[in-house]
Design a binder for this molecule. Sequence first.
Ligand SMILES: [Zn+2]
Length: 367
Amino acid sequence: MIKETRLVENFLDMVKISSPSKNERAMGDYLLKVLKELGLEVKEDNAGEVNGGNCGNIIGVLKASGKKKYLFSAHMDTVVPCEKIVPVIENGIIKSDGTSILGGDDKGGIASIIEMLRVIKENNLEHPEIIVVFSMGEEIGLLGSKSFDIENYGVDYGFILDSSGKPGKIITKAPSAARGKITIIGKPAHAGISPESGINALTVAAHAITKIKLGRIDAETTSNIGVVNGGQATNIVMPSVELDYEARSLSNDKLENLLAETFEIFEKTCDEFGAKLENNVQVEYPGFSLDDKEDVVKIVKIACEKVGIESETASSGGGSDTNIYNSKGVPSVNLAVGMTKVHTLEEYIEIKDLVNLSKILVEIVKG
Ligand SMILES: [Zn+2]
């Protein structure tokens, strides 16, 4: 039922359309046309305006009254460089010519959804109600999915196609993450003439850092200071220092507790030294954790079995639109697309994986 040539051509067409984050217009127009031709009710929401981009989320609905409602979603934007992508096929593998990313992240997901819709139409397959969302701005903070009013669609299960790894891998757990700058403001002074009248921000930071938890905290939780910036010259007591901090946990509670503890230590230490604290660390996205016995997971496992592909559930170290849809109450999994070495010039995808993912999707809708 899957037509490999059609699927690959569609994928190649799409990767050639440049669509960096907030600049998805051409991609959005292409998808609006495709979804209309396939007979979906199509619209674009205001996520573009809200987030300062030139294209909203592209939404298509394939009605099936009285049936369950399934969300299928992949993101339109890619990381850079993506101005001019020249795809090359070699031994069943699609890659770029080496001067850009490929954009299989996430056009591999989009291509498989479109192929699934074509197979449904061509074969007149019975299907659940299908809500397709091609999101904008995923790569720069899950902007599109955060803006999408999924609560108005009554979705039962979400299938997001945006994981690396071979089709059959089902992401059922992903961390909650917080990120931002912790700034300690001390007081400048001449380091040689009157150091006692200054407050060295780095000294304050150092005292706090020896007390906070960093690195691997437990099996589910990590934290890190990745960048430190401060100081002007050796003869000036360092007036301020900025620490770029992040923390992640598969448990939302553990993350909250860790952040509270960390900020308290920084506050107390600043008080001790007479320094000030500015802190803009914020939770970027909430985590999720689904049991293997949940229906949304079982649906994918059964589909994989039917097409003879081994399935396995796994956890992810990062966030995706899946985090947002779970937090909005829609049990959602992130399915592997086959994209490999994403966000690099060596990114590639195997044609076989595009075909396998499309097969899995068709079985998901056939039920
Ligand atoms: Zn992605």
